[in-house]
Design a binder for this molecule. Structure first.
Ligand code: HEC
Length: 108
């Protein structure tokens, strides 16, 4: 019985690891920086908006950025501009951008 329980726990742990890998790809800072050229006009070259009206991304929580970009892409979060932009991003782009922006200083 305890062996059975142990096997169940092991299977549960493995399924958790697998889903964690599928959901959270490891981001590449350099690739994120390259991709961020497409975002700089609105969110600022260092993730700090300079023109007004657009949110800062520098130092924002990595998971929050990923969740937001996926939500924009799937139109679960509606915002015309970001829905269009996020539609062109794949999961790896999103992970790269999230790790890049979260690592920037939020101070100008
Ligand atoms: C043409 C302007 C524009 C460009 C280019 C742009 N964004 Fe945005 N972005 C916006 C606006 C406007 C919002 C606010 C949307 C809303 O109403 O929630 C936003 C919101 C966001 C948010 C959510 C911020 C928050 O605090 O909730 C993220 C993350 C984001 N953008 C990432 C990106 C990334 C990454 C790129 C480049 C691939 C990009 N954006 C390019 C205009 C832009």
């Amino acid at each position: 019985m305890s062996q059975f329980k142990c096997a169940l726990i092991a299977i549960w742990c493995l399924s958790f690891v697998n889903s964690a890998v599928a959901v959270d790809l490891v981001g590449d800072v350099k690739a994120g920086e390259v991709k961020s050229a497409a975002c700089a006009a609105c969110h600022g070259p260092n993730g700090i908006n300079t023109t007004g009206g657009f949110p800062n991304l520098a130092g924002q929580n990595q998971t929050y950025i990923m969740t937001s970009l996926r939500a924009f892409r799937e139109k679960k979060r509606e915002a015309d501009i970001m829905n269009t932009i996020a539609a062109a991003l794949n999961d790896q782009d999103i992970a790269n951008l999230a790790v890049f922006y979260s690592g920037l200083s939020p101070c100008p």
